[in-house]
Every structure is written in C-alpha cells, then in structure tokens.
Design a protein around this ligand. Structure first.
Ligand code: SAM
Length: 302
C-alpha cells in the first residue's frame, strides 16, 4: 500500500469514514521522499535509540521510522485513525500506537514506560496550530539540572516558525522562543517543503528543523552556572522570566521592558558591565547574554 499516494490516503480515510480534520491540523504528506528525508534526518547515527512520533496520521512517516529505529512509539490524538493505523502498520512489529493528546501526557513518564533508559529522538510533522506549544512542552518537560532522555527533536513546521527557531540574536526573526529554545539546544533548518506535498495542501510553505539538545545539558553549554541542582533550576526559571519580559514589548528598551522585575538603574548597570548600551533592545541578546544578564541582576553588589 502506497501511503503517500493521494488516492490511497483518500480511499483509506473513506474506508474508516474519516475526513482530514482541520481541528487536528491534519495535512498528510503525499510525496514519499519527504517522510523518508525527515525520518533520515532524525535517525542519523542512531545506535540503540528509540523514536517518538507525534501525530502519525495514516502512518507514512511511521513506516519510515520503523525501518530506521529499533522501537517506535506513535501518539495520535484522533481516535478515528487508530483502527486505520492498525491496518497500515500491521507488519511493523516495532511500532506501538497510543491514542492520546500529546500535550496532556507527562513526557518523562511516557518515555520511561516505553523506552526504559534508552535515549529517544522525537520526530513529527506537526499540526500547525500547536507547533510552538508542542516544542516548548518537550523542552520544558525536564528540569535544567536533569539530563533529558530526548536527544533531538526533528519537526516539519511552518517555514516562518522554522526561521524563528533558528534565528541569530539581532535578526528580525529572533524572538523569545528562539532564546528559550537556545537554553536547551540549537535548532538547524534542514530543508523546505512546499504546500503541494500535502493533502490537503496548507496555505503556507513548511520546513524541517532539527533541534539538537545540548549533549551535556545546560551546564555543558554555558559555563559558570550554579553547581547545586536546585540553585540551577531556580536560576534558569529567572532567566526565562527575564526573556519573557524582554520580548513582551519588543519595541521597548531592555531597561524599560524589565522594569517590572528589576529597577531600571540596576538593569542599566548590568548591561554596562556586559559592555552593552543601556538602550539596547531584548532582540539583540543571545541566550548566553540572558544568562549573564540575569546573573548580574541577581548579584546584590551590582
Ligand atoms: N504524520 C502524518 C504525515 O506526515 O502525513 C500526519 C501529520 S498531520 C500534519 C498532524 C497529525 O498530528 C495528525 O495525524 C493529527 O491528528 C495529529 N495531532 C494533532 N494534534 C495532536 C496532539 N495534540 N497529540 C497527538 N497528535 C496530534
């Protein structure tokens, strides 16, 4: 059965009395090359690694993942697709499908239950309406002091979202999400996918992004962080608050944007210590800068 043939997808959906559901962001891939390339992008160098797919749809990418990984867990919200997936994945012994809303699951518990101690990659053609919540829920599922079981997150998203995730500090695309993602890892844009590769076709162009989580956690990526775990976790919470406030009103200077958290003079003095102008805007600072700034703002002698 060719799961990327539009005719087959339509017939399968009809057989199970289904239609593509806008509410679940269902746009199925109909070019066999794309699920193959996404699965390959997730699977590079994958000895002993499992994979979690969010939203298998009719199972086209799930089959590619099944051929590349030892074990596949697929989480699908649409109850109607479960019997269809039993048919399309019948010969894939290493695949387990569960009918759940990914956003309501505890990721650490789910991964322990299905993969034990094994490292896991996440791979998905994400529904556009909840792309960012899904990515952030993965990155926030573990405390900064914990080593996440997830190694990387390879996702097909709207092209603008991809640009935002991968943006450099100071660019127009850079935002709070970029800085927040960079606290956990680095995002790389791999390739774009035009609307004609989906059924039904979305109105936007898409792109594949791989977020590689820092191999040695946040301490390995940013030197000088607290050694005590609880101290580290509460410090990173503060960094996140500073980032959210900094981007809440993008056009404000950082000193003004952070005034609800810290006195303006304190922020100005911290920025001066960092060699920054007091009127710098939040979009100019990288994740490393936000860590340094928060450290200085916490320091009473500052
Ligand atoms: N993987 C398939 C493909 O590439 O053709 C389908 C991708 S489609 C864009 C998104 C899929 O995610 C759909 O199957 C949809 O039902 C599922 N989905 C949407 N929200 C979800 C959620 N919160 N948890 C799990 N699956 C979800």
């Amino acid at each position: 059965m060719n799961l990327t043939s539009p005719k087959t997808v339509k017939e399968l959906l009809e057989k199970y009395s289904l239609k593509p559901q806008k509410g679940f962001g269902q746009n199925f891939l109909i070019n066999p090359e794309i699920p193959y390339r996404i699965a390959m992008s997730s699977a590079f160098d994958n000895d002993g690694v499992g994979v979690l797919e969010i939203g298998p749809g009719v199972g086209a990418m799930t089959r590619e993942l099944s051929a590349l990984f030892e074990k596949v867990l697929a989480v699908e919200i649409d109850r109607g697709l479960i019997p269809l997936l039993s048919e399309t994945l019948a010969d894939c012994d290493n695949v387990t499908v569960i009918n759940e809303d990914f956003l309501k699951l505890s990721l650490p518990e789910l991964l322990r239950e299905h993969f034990g101690e094994r490292p896991v990659r996440i791979c998905a053609n994400l529904p556009y309406y909840i792309t960012t919540p899904i990515i952030m829920s993965v990155l926030e599922a573990y405390r900064p002091s914990e080593k996440p079981q997830v190694q990387s997150v390879t996702v097909l998203v709207q092209s603008e979202v991809a640009d935002r995730l991968c943006a450099e500090a100071g660019s127009d695309e850079y935002g709070a999400v970029t800085a927040a993602v960079n606290l956990s890892g680095r995002a790389v844009k791999l390739f774009t996918v035009s609307a004609g590769n989906f059924y039904p076709a979305p109105k936007v162009t898409s792109a594949v992004v791989r977020i590689e989580l820092y191999e040695n956690g946040i301490r390995g990526a940013f030197p000088g962080l607290p050694e005590d775990d609880r101290e580290l976790d509460s410090f990173i919470e503060k960094v996140k608050k500073v980032i959210s406030a900094a981007f809440l009103q993008r056009r404000k200077t950082l000193t003004n944007a952070l005034s609800s958290l810290y006195p303006k003079e304190k922020t100005a003095a911290a920025l001066e210590k960092m060699g920054r102008r007091a009127d710098v805007r939040g979009e100019k600072l990288s994740a490393a800068d936000y860590i340094e700034l928060t450290g200085l703002l916490q320091n009473n002698e500052n």
